[in-house]
Design a protein around this ligand. Structure first.
Ligand SMILES: Cc1cc2nc3c(=O)[nH]c(=O)nc-3n(C[C@H](O)[C@H](O)[C@H](O)COP(=O)(O)O)c2cc1C
Length: 179
């Protein structure tokens, strides 16, 4: 199986998850290409892959700006060249896992849902089945928001994602690749 592991991470939490995803895929003997999105013109050929993991931290309820810019441009290109068609015909073997790391200080997981839905839509438009959506807790690491990691809706989330979170991710990766 040819797997793409695509992510954006500003403060390193999503990167921890993406690297654990990469290690687990390799342990299972599959090829994986990991791409960290740094700019809206990051080069990525989604249609070459039949399994895609895509993730981002959540910022103002949405994925990071570079990922949003890249996905907007990709969507426009895929529409223009006919890879995205009305009714979004399925690509039978194409699967996607969409995930985020999020702090949820104000409204818990509800403020992370728009980010995951946003990312998933590019793949759904392309005919990929969304086989899982994962919400992984990630502490606030910037100085102005650090206190949210203690005072927010999710309680004390310092050091998340922690070893247990990452073990959980590895188990779920094994699960979805068995599908
Ligand atoms: C500027 C900023 C804005 C954030 N906004 C949200 C938000 O709207 N909702 C949320 O659940 N978490 C929010 N967070 C928490 C991050 O989503 C969380 O720390 C995430 O793990 C960061 O991922 P990264 O380290 O991969 O960039 C915010 C964090 C920062 C620094």
């Amino acid at each position: 199986m040819n797997v793409l592991n695509l992510y954006f991470s500003s403060t390193g939490n999503t990167e921890k998850v993406a690297l654990r995803i990469q290690d687990t895929i390799q342990e299972l003997g599959h090829q994986v290409k990991t791409i960290k999105i740094t700019r809206k013109d990051t080069k990525v050929e989604i249609l070459q892959y039949d399994f895609v993991f895509v993730g981002s931290g959540v910022y103002g309820q949405l994925p990071g700006q570079p990922l949003m810019g890249l996905f907007r441009a990709l969507l426009q290109n895929y529409v223009r060249n006919g890879d995205i068609k009305p009714a979004a015909p399925r690509r039978p073997s194409a699967k996607t896992v969409v995930y985020c790391t999020y702090g949820g200080a104000h409204t818990g997981v509800n403020e992370a849902i728009p980010a995951v839905k946003y990312m998933g839509q590019l793949f759904d438009h392309l005919g990929y089945s969304i086989v899982a959506e994962w919400y992984i807790v990630g502490e606030y690491k910037t100085d102005n928001l650090r206190s949210h990691s203690i005072t927010g809706r999710l309680g004390d989330i310092r050091d998340r994602p922690n070893a247990e979170d990452l073990r959980d991710v590895a188990e779920k990766v094994k699960g979805v690749l068995r599908m």
